[in-house]
Design a protein around this ligand. Structure first.
Ligand SMILES: Nc1ncnc2c1ncn2[C@@H]1O[C@H](COP(=O)(O)OP(=O)(O)OP(=O)(O)O)[C@@H](O)[C@H]1O
Length: 151
């Protein structure tokens, strides 16, 4: 599969990219987001929410594991960082095969629960206002979605 790279030069540009991406998503789509602290994972998710016409403000889901937002399609925003072993599987399958789009921050913590058919996104800090955003689609649907972002 192909890899797609984008450079953004402001948080607004990152949101616009994410918003354009969101408008092509469908129920059951799973996106993973990796990036260091302050890379822009929450900013990217805010952009996704804009694209799905979600009116509530999206904040970092830290301490809640999953936050659900209503939009054209529901958004399930997950932060699975340091998930306690006792609550390892909180029913991820129902989210991943549900009616909404799932966005998973820190996906390596629940690697065994992730579906193979997903869109992996990495956000790299380049300089104060620049980020490199790398998209790795795992199937034709996500590959098509990424190609559309190039145009
Ligand atoms: N091109 C850019 N894309 C995204 N964010 C940018 C960009 N340039 C500057 N920023 C700033 O970087 C910060 C990114 O913070 P954000 O909370 O989105 O990161 P995060 O990856 O979610 O971090 P954390 O894991 O700590 O929650 C924001 O203050 C944002 O304004």
């Amino acid at each position: 599969m192909n890899t797609y790279e984008f450079m953004t030069h402001s948080d607004e540009e990152t949101k616009t990219l994410a918003s354009r991406l969101a408008r092509q998503l469908k129920p059951g789509d799973v996106i993973t987001l990796e990036g260091d602290l302050g890379a822009g994972k929450t900013t990217f998710t805010k952009g996704l929410a804009n694209g799905l016409n979600i009116s509530r403000t999206v904040n970092s889901p830290t301490f809640t594991i999953v936050k659900e937002y209503d939009g054209d399609i529901p958004l399930y925003h997950m932060d699975v960082y340091r998930l306690e072993e006792s609550e390892e599987d909180i029913g991820f399958d129902e989210y991943f095969h549900g009616d909404g789009v799932s966005v998973v921050e820190w996906p390596s913590f629940i690697h065994e629960f992730l579906p193979a058919e997903r869109l992996d996104i990495q956000i790299l800090y380049v300089s104060e206002n620049e980020r490199k955003i790398i998209l790795k689609p795992a199937n034709e649907h996500f590959d098509h979605v990424c190609k559309e972002l190039l145009s």
